[in-house]
Design a protein around this ligand. Structure first.
Ligand code: PLP
Length: 375
């Protein structure tokens, strides 16, 4: 089956008893046992829930994977993956990554004995030359947040595997519609399902996806033993979003391309970062490994911090807010909002960088809104 057919049908067959075409929201914390220890589906809701199982099945299918494990947030998924490491291990992280990932690695796992090396992962030579004994995981976002840099997944997997390490790709920005990292050699895909997969800014969730059965069993155990599980209603909402992922992404990226081209010509914009522009330093890699360039655009605004602040506070259709990937357009200042925790670090973001999550409204209204906000 092709992508959208799988998005709408995998794990979502009509309910056998009632014929309901939607997966029911199984609001249950426990399950009746036929006799002691004999269960129909599961013994307790933290371990398993049928709505969650359906969401995991469809996500695994879209990522061309055998296993998916759902969490209560993207960061809970990240936390679960990092728990597979041991004190003394090292992680190589993109020099451009979601601030919360960096915060978790340095503030939570640092004191626990995990070292983090920050490297520009779009530069394969730099990854190789800065390799340390003890590095067990390469953690890459591609496209990255907020610079939209593109890392060559196959090349990164090659370096990681040669050194006996694993490659995790945060696929939140691309989604499986535009990029399937496991088919390019990555070991694990991580998602903040809060974003494009959910697509309506109404639920928080995370996911880890892999073809490694041993790793999947460990992650499933962590999900059960640690308990950072998504509730059944959130699973339903994210699954409903996934059903329209393809049509939404087509519109997101068509609008984003128009926004990127318009802003690239604007006198108040110093630079546009969009992987679909030929001026983007990693445009060629994006063309090779992605099926489209996505809905995120970042820009450096003239006039420094004040120019950027004035811009984000004047838009009317774009809402000033953190997060991304919903149907509505959002605008934000990473240095003071999503990436504040990177202040003073190698990941620090300049104050004039503005990140746009281009929604699926009418493109003309979006362009007009940005023009008036820059005027
Ligand atoms: N990864 C990326 C690329 C993100 O943008 C975010 C959140 O903004 C996360 C991970 C964390 O996900 P969540 O907010 O669902 O915990």
């Amino acid at each position: 089956m092709n992508f959208s057919t799988r998005a709408i049908h995998v794990g979502q067959e009509p309910d056998q008893e009632t014929g309901a075409v939607n997966v029911p929201v199984y609001l249950t914390s426990t399950y009746a046992q036929e006799s002691v220890g004999v269960v129909k589906f599961a013994d307790y809701g933290r371990g398993d829930n049928p709505t969650r199982a359906a969401l995991e099945a469809v996500t695994a299918s879209l990522e061309e994977a055998q296993f998916a494990v759902a969490y209560s947030s993207g960061l809970a998924a990240t936390d679960s993956m990092l728990r597979t490491l041991s004190p003394g291990d090292r992680v190589t992280l993109s020099s451009d990554a979601y601030g919360g990932t960096y915060r978790m690695l340095t503030k939570i796992f640092g004191p626990w004995g995990i070292e983090t090396d920050v490297v520009d992962l779009s530069d394969i030579d730099a990854v190789e030359s800065s390799w340390h004994d003890g590095t067990k995981l390469v953690w890459a976002e591609t496209p990255s947040n907020p610079w939209l840099r593109i890392a060559d997944i196959a090349a990164l997997a090659g370096v990681a595997h040669r050194h006996g390490a694993q490659l995790v790709i945060d696929n939140t920005f691309a989604t499986p519609y535009l990029q399937t990292p496991l088919t390019l050699g990555a070991d694990v895909v991580m998602h903040s399902t809060t974003k494009y997969l959910g697509g309506h800014s109404d639920a928080i969730g995370g996911m880890l996806v892999t073809n490694d059965a041993q790793l999947a069993a460990r992650l499933k155990f962590f999900q059960y033993a640690v308990g950072a599980i998504p509730g059944p209603l959130d699973c339903y909402l994210i699954m409903r979003g996934i059903r329209t992922l393809a049509v939404r992404m087509d519109r997101h990226q068509a609008n984003a391309a128009q926004v990127a081209h318009m802003l690239a010509q604007h006198e108040k914009i110093e630079r546009v970062w969009y992987p679909g522009l030929e001026t983007h330093p990693n445009h060629k890699v994006a063309l090779d490994q992605m099926r489209g360039f996505g809905g995120m655009v970042s820009v450096e605004v003239a006039g420094g911090a004040a120019g950027a602040k004035a811009f984000v506070e004047k838009t009317k259709v774009f809402t000033l807010a953190e997060s991304l990937g919903g149907v509505e357009s959002l605008i934000e200042l990473p240095a003071q909002m999503t990436h504040m925790s990177t202040s003073g670090s190698l990941l620090e973001i300049p104050e004039n960088l503005v990140r746009l999550s281009v929604g699926i409204e009418d493109a003309d209204d979006l362009l007009e809104d940005l023009r008036q906000a820059l005027s």
